[in-house]
Design a protein around this ligand. Structure first.
Ligand code: TYM
Length: 334
């Protein structure tokens, strides 16, 4: 019997170049999920306005996110790839969910508190209701799985709360969406100095971008924080060395990783050699993605067509949900 595929959705803000965190936290899952699920992946251009009100570079950033997603393995024939602002139904659902979201819980959101600290001069209402818009993104397709990195866990919990409140008050429309990662826990890719996470617009010298050229990748990796190394076997690993091994586990093969682990354990490791091996494997991993993305970016018309077709397809699904929502609310007058 034909079984309807479960629905998957995820989004990325066009606030800068994509990096290894975006890839290993989210996009790696997209690529696998597109084979098994009905997938919607989008560029969250409205969300970016909460922190980046200047739109001079927005269009180019949106095209780049689309190109980098395709370069990383998304096939727009299999997964629906679109820009948030081309699906106005999301805004309608956002408005309705806002009536079910409370000021107190929004103010307590970790990402909101972080943003208030970073941009005290621009604490706009969009920033406060950011998780409501994200819930609308997810619920508009009645999505079940949301592949994201660890930093999005709280937003997913809020989306579940809003879905439950709607269903309880007006009747069942939405499933409860879950954060998803193949394998196990959600991922947090650390920055090269181990002080935080890789990020699109902060910490640029300690973040590896999918657009970085080979020399820059090598330079950043070679500058990663280390020390003079363990002096006796069995020394506990400092956090920044654990991070290097974590980064290595993403791109290097088993034999390379176990060689350096062994050297660490018997206190013979030379971090310069380890970083060189890591830099080589990073270059091997990133350069083909960078080249494919650059080629795709040379053909703006094709990218625009992908965004247009994706938006049209996304709207069909979104309209069905909005119809169900209006019916449950009783705002279907004719
Ligand atoms: P954004 O644009 O910050 O990041 C896109 C995706 O990359 C993941 N990510 C990371 N994962 C591991 N380690 C890191 N260092 C790292 N940095 C980023 C993020 O978890 C995310 O999965 N609010 C979202 C965008 C969004 C969205 C949605 C996501 C809007 N609506 C609906 C899912 C569903 C954001 O800011 O992601």
């Amino acid at each position: 019997m034909y079984k309807q595929k479960e629905i998957v959705l995820s989004g990325i803000r066009p606030t800068g170049f994509l990096h290894l965190g975006n890839y290993f936290g989210a996009m790696r899952n997209y690529v696998r999920m597109q084979e098994e699920y009905e997938c919607y992946f989008f560029v969250a251009d409205w969300h970016s306005l909460t922190t980046h009100p200047d739109t001079k570079e927005l269009k180019q950033s949106v095209l780049r996110v689309v190109a980098e997603n395709i370069a990383a393995g998304i096939n727009p024939q299999k997964a629906c790839l679109y820009a948030q602002s081309t699906v106005p139904e999301i805004a309608e659902l956002y408005l309705l969910l806002n009536m079910l979201a409370y000021k107190g819980e929004l103010e307590k959101t970790v990402t909101f508190k972080d943003k208030v600290r970073l941009q005290p001069e621009n604490v706009n209402a969009g920033l406060l209701t950011y998780p409501v818009l994200q819930a609308a993104d997810i619920l508009i397709h009645r999505s079940k799985y949301v592949p994201v990195g660890k930093d999005q866990e709280q937003h997913l919990e809020m989306a579940r709360n809003f879905a439950q409140r709607f269903n309880y008050r007006y009747g069942d429309v939405f499933p409860e969406p879950q954060a998803f990662n193949y394998g196990s826990d959600l991922v947090k890719v650390p920055s090269l100095d181990g002080s935080g996470k890789m990020s699109k617009s902060e910490n640029q010298m300690v973040t590896l971008y999918l657009a970085d050229d080979d020399d820059l990748i090598r330079k950043k990796v070679m500058k990663a924080k280390t020390d003079s190394g363990p002096t006796e076997p069995g020394t506990e690993m400092p956090e920044y060395i654990k991070n290097l091994f974590l980064l290595m586990s993403l791109v290097s093969d088993e034999s390379t990783i176990s060689l350096f682990k062994q050297q660490y354990n018997n206190a013979s490791i030379r971090y310069g050699d380890m970083k060189k091996a890591l830099a080589d494997d990073m270059v091997k991993f990133i350069s083909p993605i960078r080249e494919r993305a650059n080629n795709l970016l040379d053909d703006t018309a094709s990218l625009q067509k992908i965004i247009k077709d994706g938006g049209e397809k996304a709207r069909i699904s979104a309209q069905k949900t909005i119809e169900a929502v209006r019916e449950k609310l009783g705002v279907n007058y004719y």
